[in-house]
Every structure is written in structure tokens, then in C-alpha cells.
Ligand binder design. Sequence first.
Ligand SMILES: [Zn+2]
Length: 258
Amino acid sequence: MPEGDTIHYAANRMRPVLEGNVPEEIRTPHPRQRHDRWPERLAGKAVKAVEPHGKHLFLRFEDDLTLHSHLRMSGSWATIPEGRRWRRSPRRAWLVLRAHGHDVVQFDGPVLELMTESRTRFDRRLAALGPDILAPELDTARILRNLRHDDPTRGIADALLDQRIVAGIGNLWKVESCWRAGVDPWRAARAVSDEEVVRILEEARPRMQESARTGNQDAHRVIYGKAGQPCPRCGTRIRSRGQGDDNRLSYWCPGCQR
Ligand SMILES: [Zn+2]
């Protein structure tokens, strides 16, 4: 599932290939990009930085140009040594950057746009993003402030998914971190103390950091997708139900999450 750790993992893989280098070839095989002329606009420009923020990835090129990507549910990034077989069909590639003996490929979109640097700064969606859960220094104070300025009646798990409050937590980490912290995902945000919010973040962060290093997100799945099975902590059956405006599934243990 593409969450913040997935994007940081992808960034860690492509950084040594792209950063400081001019891609030898740029292709945009997907019909949606056919008329955008990105290969021409980016030709000869070096990638200055590969920057993840939450679930967003920014490839910053020379001359004020930035490729912005968001994978939603379907997309993926891969950094593939030349000559190695691709795991997805080349027809599903939206972007191919060849550099340093590798192909860096974005498959299945769905958000891929070339923007000027200043537009990324003023873009409302991007400017409103909360602190990245995987930033080198976690800005807990700002996350708490964002949460306390938001709808206090909203369930805490739903609020954690709001990328304007904290960026990078998706449905899996929401579920697992609330379970680890012993907090009921349905409890209203106003009834969750700052200490409890911090505990949830501190359960999420080191595991997401590990997943960003190894790419093995599944190792951290304990109750996600386990409705009806006994809770590993107390034996009560795990429940699940859609939550929030987007009806994203929550899993929780009614026995040990309060
Ligand atoms: Zn339990």
C-alpha cells in the first residue's frame, strides 16, 4: 500500500541513481503525457534533489522544474538495473528516467505533473501538507496544533489520515499504530490526550523508518486485514468497519483499545 514509508523507500532507491545526474534518456510512454513534451523540457537538466514529503514525491530538476508524483492506491516506483526484467508491463509505465545504468520508472500514475518550483510552493494542496511523519526531526508540536485546530468530534484514526494534519500515515499505519498505542480509532480527537497522540506517532515512526529502509511493509501488519481473528494481545476478536468521509476500513480490538 503506498504510504509515506513506501515513498521514502522509493526515494532512497532512486536517489543514488538520479541525484546530481543528468538523465541520459527521459520517456513518457503513457498516452496522457503524449503532448506534454517533458523529454524536451527536461533534456540536459540534472536532478538536483529527490524529495519525499508524506505520500508525495518531488524530483527537483535544474532551472526551476519539479516533477510531482502521488501514487494514490495504484501507482508504484521502481529503480531497475539495466537489463533486468520489469515486474510490471512497460505499457503501464508513465515515466522512465534512464541514468547511471538504471531505469527509474513510475508505473500506473495516477498523479504525475511537471511544475515550476514556485508553483509547487503556492499549490494549495501541497502548501497545506502537515509535517512528514518521516522527516529527520518530527515536528510533534505542529502536528498537535494542526489536530487541535481541526474538527474535534472526528475519530482519531480518521484525523490521522488527514494529510494536512500529519503527512505520510495511510490506512495500514493508522490501524497498526492505534492498536499498538491501545487507542480506540473511533474515539473523538478531543478525547485523545496529547500524550496518547504522541504515543501513536511514536509507534508509527520507527516502524515506518524501518520499512523505508527495507521496503518490507508487510512485516508490520499485525491486525490489518484480520477481522474476526483473535487479537494477539488479548484474544478478543478483531473488528472492522469503514470510517470517515472516505469510508476507509478501520480494524481494531474492542478488548484492549480504549
Ligand atoms: Zn486486544
